[in-house]
Design a protein around this ligand. Structure first.
Ligand code: GLY
Ligand code: MN
Ligand code: MN
Length: 435
């Protein structure tokens, strides 16, 4: 593994800590979590910890000391021949230090004692409170251990910074190492969507289509889906977070699939909607073209200095006008937007940051304003339209749910769609499904 990007990020964080007066940062990774009795969920490192270390084992903690030496320390599991026979390789502190480029590494068993020592006479603690009660207690215990030594002349930090706030800003703009991984995650998920289009037919089950994704993801080296895939036939497409994926696919229905994968921690997030039988019906095509038009408008709005909300506003204008033209909404364009009556059919936003987390870190606002896009940011573009049965809606539109979602990288000129290889024009989808 190339450790340089991780070391650079640690140095950058240390620099920012120094600028803000110094102190000690504590960034633990995720624990293993029990699924049932003695079985755990597949392990996934904490995104912040991964961003700064690349270290893959649970029971590990990064400590950064922003004094003039700017040190990064790892606490991790000891080597244990007996446990390694059962559960696999562990680096142990000595090898971890060398392999990942830390200034020092210690046994995780020494952490609590060492933390109290490290915090003494430091101006600030950099830690993100409130995400894990057990961790908050552990940190409070270390702080109190320093406070208890006041009469011995030791001073505890008086300032607590939310280290995640600083890291969120760093994570928001991706570097070349990250973009390469996101490109790969996008390519693999795109291949899986194409595979699903070719596989789908009336009489298949949603879970059979889901299996095509899982197979393609793992076959191409993705470690996991980046979220639970949504494979939603017919009316299920109007349930935004549908994950049962157990229904029989019917001739004449649309199939909405929202599925992406993770490559070395980085997510892709793609939605495609296509006809189970390979041919869009008239009203289905009307709604589909409308959503595609909204997505095109949104993509055009992604460029440096544009507001994060610009793609959403562009998509809403197109969707609102289209819903009026199709007589699904009444009133003027401005009226429909003003009253937000379009939200009956389009109730979510057009995108979110994408990165290590599928809904990635990073503020969406600066003060009162939506933040401005800058090159290196990555976000999704995912307008949709979901029409539930209702008396005042023409029956031909009932249960049509369409979403089209791509992953965009903001560039100097505008944006690059990382998921470009996944067909979305009606003609291209129908041609692929015919094959
Ligand atoms: N798949 C989650 C989302 O599209 O936001
Ligand atoms: Mn999605
Ligand atoms: Mn998304």
């Amino acid at each position: 593994m190339d450790t340089a990007p991780f070391r650079q990020r640690r140095l950058l964080l240390l620099e920012q800590m120094q600028k803000a007066g110094g102190g000690v940062a504590v960034i633990p990774t995720s624990p293993e979590r029990v699924r049932n009795r003695d079985t755990t969920f597949p392990y996934r490192a904490d995104s912040y910890f991964h961003y700064l270390t690349g270290f893959p084992e649970p029971e590990a903690i990064l400590v950064l000391i922003a004094d003039s030496a700017a040190q990064s320390l790892l606490f991790c599991r000891d080597k244990d021949v007996e446990k390694e026979i059962w559960d696999g390789f562990r680096y142990g502190p000595d090898d971890a230090k060398d392999a990942f480029g830390f200034d020092a590494a210690h046994s995780i068993r020494e952490f609590d004692t060492k933390l109290a020592e490290l915090l003494a006479d430091q101006p600030a603690l950099w830690y993100s409170l409130g995400h894990d009660a057990a961790w908050d207690t552990r940190i409070a215990t270390a702080l109190n251990a320093v406070r208890a030594q006041a009469r011995a002349g030791k001073r505890a930090p008086t300032i607590i910074h939310d280290v995640r706030a600083t890291l969120d800003e760093m994570r928001l703009v991706k570097g070349s190492h990250e973009i390469a991984l996101m490109r790969k995650a996008a390519q693999i998920a795109g291949a899986a969507h194409r595979r699903a289009m070719q596989f789908t037919a009336p009489g298949k089950y949603e879970h059979e289509v889901e299996a095509e994704f899982l197979h393609e993801f793992r076959r191409q080296g993705s470690q996991a889906p980046s979220y639970s895939p949504i494979v939603a036939g017919g009316a299920n497409a109007c349930v935004l977070h549908y994950v049962d994926n157990n229904r029989l696919l019917q001739d004449g229905d649309l199939l909405l699939i929202d599925a992406g994968c993770e490559v070395d921690g980085y997510a892709s997030d793609i939605t495609r909607t296509f006809p189970v039988n390979g041919k869009f019906g008239g009203p289905q095509a009307d709604i589909y073209e409308l959503v595609l038009g909204a997505q095109t408008a949104a993509i055009t709005a992604i460029k440096p200095s544009a507001s994060f909300l610009a793609p959403h506003d562009a998509a809403v204008r197109v969707l609102a006008q289209g819903l009026i033209d199709l007589k699904l909404l009444e009133g003027s364009l401005d009226g429909v937007i003003e009253t937000a009556s379009y939200k009956r059919f389009y109730m979510h936003r057009t995108g979110h940051w994408l990165g290590l987390d599928v809904h990635d870190a990073g503020e969406y606002r600066h003060g009162d304003d939506w933040r401005k896009l800058v090159p290196g940011m990555t976000l999704t573009v995912e307008p949709g339209c979901y029409i539930r049965p209702a008396e005042d809606v023409r029956e031909v539109f009932w249960n049509i749910g369409v979403r089209i979602e791509d992953d965009a990288l903001v560039t100097a000129e505008g944006c690059e769609i990382l998921t470009i290889e996944t067909p979305k024009k009606i003609a291209d989808i129908e041609a692929l499904m015919k094959k």
